[in-house]
Every structure is written in structure tokens, then in C-alpha cells.
Design a protein around this ligand. Structure first.
Ligand code: NAI
Ligand code: MG
Length: 333
């Protein structure tokens, strides 16, 4: 059956960068159908659901989603639940891929690493309790989730530099982080050619700041992966370029790391590059179209290197100008 993409622009600059990415995809893969669906804060205010049932149904039917960004209320609002968190859960996208590498001569030229973050459990299950004076949160680690993220990380590491670093804190948390480490090790034994090592999370943070060039693929439980991937993104041009893919066995959600950026929304200056690069991850890892992914990556690289950059990167180009240049570069490739 033909491939289709569920397109969720969301709020704020999501509505600028996602349509831009759809234009690029139409150039690269005109065979892929695109179906728009709504989610986010605006949607919640209109229909009372941040992730309407119809959107979830479309996302499930397509199996592939491009998600822009949504705004979330700064105060607690009854009935509001983060649509992206719900979507990741519903589509069981258990691994979060966050590459950090130089694009268009921006950022450190010697860094090329990939953080694979477990995306379903750890402290993010939201099981907290408090009696007012003592508060606790449950950190849940399972063999099942750790092994399957370990398999993804090992496969990706085997496909590139061949080195995988397990990040944990098993000296303090031998049961939870110990289970994560041992499960990833077991999963990685299926790839005997891999160089496997491990690193305590605090040491990993220091080394990611001082010697990021020493890393290839890192695999981490949810919380450590969240923090370390934002930290590492600082080496590669910041939020305007940071891409991610939520990858499951059946489904995937491509998603720029940034939010809805209300401070610049509606001005036509949002950087679409992070969304383009997220789309490239979807092409490469979900649709297994390495050729289109490489063409897209090369086009982004080429346009940024030419100095066609939005203000967040010190340039004066608009979202439209960057998009048009990337479309042209894709066609020329
Ligand atoms: P943000 O990522 O939206 O913006 C942080 C800063 O980076 C702002 O100055 C913004 O202008 C700039 N920026 C972000 N993306 C950019 C781009 N593509 N081009 C140029 N500049 C860019 O984070 P912030 O301000 O903390 O949150 C704003 C809203 O977004 C909040 O409602 C928050 O809850 C939501 N948010 C949503 C996320 C998601 O949908 N996955 C992730 C993070 C925040
Ligand atoms: Mg984060």
C-alpha cells in the first residue's frame, strides 16, 4: 500500500516549519501522501482535547507522523494532557534518536554522535506521591524496554562507527540502572563486532562537554538521555538545528526538539532546518530510504553553508527563503 504521513503542525512556529517541510517532502518523495491533523493548545481550547481521537486515528493509520510543536499552558489546566507525550505512548515509539553533528559548517566540526534515549519508562511514568513533607517518584526500568532500546542502539551503532556507550548510574542504583546496563549488554551481544563500553552519567556529562568527539553512539535511560541530548545539542548550533525521531517497531514520529517559540511566531523567521533534519531521520530510519535522507541532509548542509540562514543562526534569511533554497537544492541533487 502507498506510504502516507500524518502531518501535525501544532501551535506557534509549528505552523511555519511543518508546512515548509511538507513542501520539501513533496519534492523528494511525491509518492508519499500527506494527511493533516490537528493537536495542541489551540485545538484544546476549541474542542476540549489536545489530541483529538480523529488525530490519533490518522496517526495510527499512517504509522508515520511529522509533529511540529505545541504550546502548553504554564498553569495547571483540567483535562489538558501533553499531546506529544500521549502520541509517543499510543504509537509505542520506544526509542528517541537525537543526532548531534555539524550542519552547514555550524558547530564543532569534529563532533558526530547519536544519543539513543529510552522513551517509555524511567521517572517519566509520572508516578509521584507526596504527603506534603515527603515526596517520591517511581523510577521504573524493565528488562523488556531496556533490551529493545538496546537492540535499536546496537543496530545503529553497528551501521556507523561501531562503538556503543551505555550511560547509567549503577553504582548508586544497582537494581534499576544495573538492569538497564545488563539488558543493553545482553541485547548488544547480537552484534559481536561492536565496541561496547559504559560510562557513569555524571562522567558522561563532563566528557560530552570536554571531549564530545570521543563518542559515537550513546544509549541511556529516559531521564539521562533527555538531559544529555540537550547538552550535546549545544555543540551543533542549538535549537534551530536540533532534530529528533521517536522510533517504534511499527511507527515513528519525526519532531524538531524546539517548542512553539511564541516570541517569534508569525514573523516568518523561524528556522525550518531542525524540522527538515527530523524528516530526514524519518526517511532514513522508518521508511528505510537512505538515498532521499542523504539528499535532504546534503541540501540542508549546502544551503546553510551558503549562508542562507535564519536570524537564530546570525543570518537574515526568512523561513521561506531557506525553504525555497532547500527545495531547489533537493531538485538539483
Ligand atoms: P522554545 O523551543 O519554543 O523556544 C526557546 C527559544 O528558542 C526561543 O527564544 C525561540 O524563539 C527559539 N527558537 C526555538 N525554535 C526555533 C526555531 N526553529 N527557529 C528560531 N528560533 C527558535 O521553548 P520555550 O520558549 O521554552 O517554550 C515555548 C512553548 O513551547 C511552551 O508552551 C512550551 O511548553 C512549548 N514546548 C513544546 C515542545 C514540544 O512541542 N515538543 C518542546 C518544548 C517546548
Ligand atoms: Mg527535552
Amino acid at each position: 500500500s502507498p506510504l502516507s504521513l500524518c502531518v501535525i503542525a501544532g501551535d506557534g512556529i509549528g505552523r511555519e516549519v511543518v508546512p515548509a517541510a511538507c513542501r520539501v517532502l513533496a519534492r523528494l518523495r511525491p509518492d508519499i501522501g500527506m494527511i493533516e491533523a490537528e493537536a495542541g493548545w489551540d485545538t484544546f481550547q476549541r474542542v476540549g482535547q489536545a489530541l483529538p481521537d480523529a488525530t490519533l486515528a490518522t496517526a495510527r493509520a499512517c504509522g508515520a507522523v511529522l509533529f511540529g510543536a505545541v504550546s502548553s499552558p504554564s498553569h495547571r489546566v483540567d483535562g489538558y494532557r501533553s499531546p506529544i507525550v500521549a502520541l509517543r505512548r499510543a504509537l509505542d515509539t520506544h526509542a528517541n534518536l537525537r543526532p548531534v553533528r555539524p550542519l552547514g559548517g555550524i558547530g564543532r566540526p569534529d563532533v558526530d554522535l547519536l544519543i539513543v534515549r529510552e522513551n517509555t519508562e524511567d521517572l517519566y511514568i509520572g508516578e509521584e506521591r507526596s504527603d506534603g513533607d515527603t515526596a517520591e517518584a517511581i523510577k521504573r526500568i524493565t528488562r523488556h524496554a531496556s533490551e529493545r532500546v538496546g537492540r535499536v542502539a546496537a543496530r545503529l551503532a553497528a551501521g556507523r562507527g561501531g562503538r556503543l556507550t551505555i550511560v547509567h548510574k549503577a553504582n548508586i542504583l544497582p537494581l534499576t540502572d544495573g538492569l538497564f546496563r545488563d539488558s543493553v549488554r545482553a541485547a548488544a551481544s547480537g552484534w559481536p563486532a561492536l565496541t561496547l563500553d559504559e560510562c557513569l552519567v555524571d562522567t558522561a556529562a563532563l566528557r560530552l562537554v570536554q571531549h564530545p568527539e570521543h563518542f559515537d553512539v550513546l544509549v541511556a535511560p529516559n531521564l539521562y538521555g533527555d538531559i544529555l541530548s540537550d547538552l550535546a545539542a549545544a555543540h551543533a548550533g542549538g535549537l534551530g538545528l536540533a532534530a529528533s525521531l521517536n522510533l517504534g517497531e511499527q511507527c515513528a514520529i519525526a519532531e524538531p526538539v524546539h517548542g512553539s517559540a511564541p516570541d517569534i511566531a508569525g514573523r516568518g523567521i523561524a528556522n525550518p532546518a531542525a524540522t527538515f533534519a527530523s524528516l530526514a531521520l524519518l526517511l532514513r530510519h522508518h521508511w528505510r530510504d537512505a538515498d532521499s535522507a542523504s539528499r535532504l541532509d546534503a541540501a540542508i548542509d549546502h544551503v546553510l553553508a551558503q549562508g542562507i540562514r535564519t536570524p537564530d543562526l546570525g543570518g537574515d534569511a526568512s523561513c521561506e527563503q531557506v525553504t525555497r533554497a532547500v527545495c531547489d537544492a533537493v531538485l538539483a541533487s
